[in-house]
Every structure is written in structure tokens, then in C-alpha cells.
Write a protein that binds this ligand. Structure first.
Ligand code: HEM
Length: 181
């Protein structure tokens, strides 16, 4: 997993729970990287899962909730860091429908070793978008948070439903978005 994801995660932990929490989870996780991440480096995604598990233990907040909040925040970072992906797009459904065939394709050009999920889409119903997330890694809650961040950014009223397709493993999830009004 790219270092940018780790650096953003640790920034979120610092902002929400303070410096000591960052030090505590890094120390206790005994990570191969020692918790030293550069944005362009690549690290085992298990390190992120270890950090999240410890954060959950110390904050008593459920792992999926923490990962979702992180996704929400990460969307803001993507918005600031990759403005080109947003130019000419003014709806959340149009933006999200671009992730698989455009945005993540460009991400892979920038970071050839990025490990990305796949998304399948159904846009057959006007005003609605169905997205099926699949990954070998358990980051469905990250996708949920990113989708929520995206909806908030475009300021539209969209009903969102998430249906787990992986028996709680977090590796497959169906998202149904329906624009209201
Ligand atoms: C400007 C928009 C976006 C950019 C620049 C971007 C970029 C990235 C990058 C750099 C990674 C890390 C790859 C790695 O760790 O090796 C990633 C992973 C991921 N992206 Fe995106 N992404 C964007 C939008 C989205 C959106 C809107 C979603 C949700 C629908 C999404 C879902 C994910 C998920 C869930 C992962 C974690 C890897 C996995 O699940 O296997 N991304 N993305």
C-alpha cells in the first residue's frame, strides 16, 4: 500500500486523538517499517490494519467506523492533491463512475506498484449508480468513507446504501446511490 495512505492516516490520528496516540500505536504495533513512511514508498497493507486495530482498542471505537472516517478525510486530501481529476465534473455520480476506468488508471501510471481494488458499475437507472467494490484487501469501509466524502463535496442529496458481499470480511461491498429530487 502506498505511503500516502499511511501518512494521511497518521495525520488523521494526530488531529483527532493527539500525538501521543500516534506514538503509542506505532510503538505497540512493532512494524517492519518502524512507522516511518514516505508518500511515494510502498508498505505492507497489514501495517495499516495493525495500526487501525490498535487505535480501535485504545479508543474503543469499532474498526469499520475508524476506517470509514479515515476514508472521508482521505477524500478531502485527494481533492486537494489531485485537482485535475475533478475538473469539468459536477456530480458525485459522474465522479465515482470514473474511478475504475480513469482515476485509478492514472494512479497506476503515477505509482506502478499501487494495489488497487476493482469497481463494477451499473448506471442503467437514471439518477442512480450501483458500485460493486472488490479487493483482495479488506478496505470496503475505506471505500464507504471515500464515497461519503465525495457526496459531501458535491453537496448533492444522495441516498446511499451499502450491502456487504463478503460475509463481514470487508473485501466486497455493493453501494447503491440514488439522487434525490
Ligand atoms: C482523486 C481521487 C482518487 C485518488 C487520487 C485515488 C488514489 C488511490 C491511491 C493512491 C490508493 C493507494 C494504492 C495503494 O495503496 O497501493 C488508492 C486505494 C484505494 N482507493 Fe482510490 N483514489 C481516488 C478515489 C477513490 C474513490 C472515490 C474510491 C471509492 C469509491 C476509492 C477507493 C479506494 C480504495 C478502497 C483503496 C484501497 C485499496 C483496496 O481497497 O484494495 N478511491 N486510491
Amino acid at each position: 500500500m502506498k505511503g500516502i495512505v499511511f501518512t494521511e492516516f497518521l495525520e488523521m490520528v494526530e488531529a483527532k486523538f493527539g500525538d501521543e496516540m500516534v506514538d503509542k500505536i506505532i510503538d505497540d504495533a512493532a512494524l517492519p517499517s518502524d512507522g516511518v513512511y514516505t508518500a511515494i514508498g510502498t508498505y505492507d497493507h497489514q501495517e495499516l490494519l495493525s495500526l487501525v486495530a490498535l487505535l480501535s482498542e485504545y479508543t474503543q471505537l469499532p474498526i469499520p467506523q475508524l476506517v470509514e472516517k479515515f476514508g472521508h478525510q482521505l477524500f478531502g486530501q485527494f481533492l486537494a492533491g489531485y485537482p485535475g481529476f475533478f475538473s469539468g465534473i459536477n456530480s458525485a455520480l459522474d465522479f465515482l463512475a470514473n474511478v475504475e476506468n480513469y482515476i485509478h488508471v492514472e494512479v497506476l501510471k503515477l505509482y506502478p506498484d499501487a494495489e488497487l481494488p476493482t469497481f463494477e458499475y451499473d448506471r442503467s437507472i437514471p439518477g442512480a449508480l450501483v458500485i460493486v467494490y472488490r479487493s483482495t484487501r479488506p478496505f470496503a469501509s475505506l471505500a464507504l468513507g471515500l464515497i461519503k466524502g465525495c457526496i459531501e463535496h458535491f453537496g448533492e442529496e444522495i441516498e446511499l446504501e451499502a450491502e456487504d458481499l463478503s460475509f463481514g470480511k470487508g473485501t466486497a461491498m455493493k453501494f447503491t446511490l440514488v439522487k434525490q429530487g
